[in-house]
Design a protein around this ligand. Structure first.
Ligand code: APR
Length: 235
């Protein structure tokens, strides 16, 4: 009978991928790679100009395949030795998976996947040779396909599962998110009373009203190195 590992739940945002060279959203005053976010990441934007949205995500995929996981992603994998680690991410990149995290839940979709316009449960993975899509792209089944991204103005199907996971946490760590986008930001409310929360961000949002929060005002990799020491000492 192996000793149960404590459950460590991570909630990561764009900040954890910043050190991999992927721009965050709000550090560029609401522009995402020079596009207004609502033009390329909302249901209205997709209806208005699907070709632009497909092109935008084609550009993001080309950027992503040249990006590598950074130390922050790798430290989360190392923590799996001593903890049952669940990663809940707002990021659509696959850097957590490429670093080796074994349990990753994407709240806002996945850049390297596309899904049927008419059947959201029909999803296909893109490979390096076929990164580009257009409004005319069809899947193997013949469906017209779209980026597998949760646009603004669309529901977040995985939020209930994410809340269930957070409610099991023995430790909850928020990394690199401005905590402005709901329902993701609301996961803080799902932590059981008394469970320690750590928030790693060089420019952290206010966590007023949330108890048991330790803010580590550092980058993701520096902050996770510090957290690893804190957890080691606390064992
Ligand atoms: N290490 C850690 N955090 C960092 C770093 C870094 N090196 N650099 C920046 N940050 C922090 C910023 O201080 C900020 O708090 O990362 C956060 C990035 O915030 P946002 O750009 O708002 O990204 P995020 O919170 O993930 O956005 C949420 O909004 O645009 C939508 O769907 C999109 O998933 C995204 C959601």
């Amino acid at each position: 009978m192996t000793k149960e590992k404590p459950i460590l739940v991570i909630s990561s945002g764009a900040g954890i991928s910043a050190e991999s060279g992927i721009k965050t959203f709000r550090d560029a005053d609401g522009l995402w790679e020079n596009y207004p976010v609502m033009q390329v990441a909302s249901a209205d934007g997709f209806r208005a100009n699907p070709a632009l949205v497909h092109q935008f995500y084609n550009e993001r995929r080309k950027q992503l395949i040249h990006a590598q996981p950074n130390d922050a992603h790798r430290i989360l994998v190392e923590l799996e030795k001593d903890y049952d680690v669940y990663v809940i991410t707002q990021n659509v990149d696959d850097l957590h998976e490429r670093a080796g995290s074994s349990k990753v839940l994407h709240l806002h979709g996945e850049l390297m996947k596309i899904r049927s316009v008419s059947d959201p449960d029909y999803i296909e993975s893109l490979d390096i040779e076929h990164l580009e899509t257009s409004p005319e792209t069809r899947g193997r089944r013949g469906d017209l396909m779209r980026p597998h991204i949760v646009f603004f103005q669309e529901p977040v199907p995985m939020i209930e599962e994410a809340a269930r996971i957070v409610s099991m946490a023995d430790i909850f760590v928020v990394i690199g998110t401005s905590l402005v986008v709901y329902p993701a930001a609301g996961l803080l409310q799902c932590v059981r009373p008394g469970v320690p929360i750590y928030y790693i961000d060089p420019n952290p949002a206010s966590t007023a009203g949330v108890s048991d929060v330790t803010v580590i005002r550092k980058t993701a990799s520096q902050g996770l190195r510090e957290l690893k020491d804190i957890l080691e000492k606390g064992k």
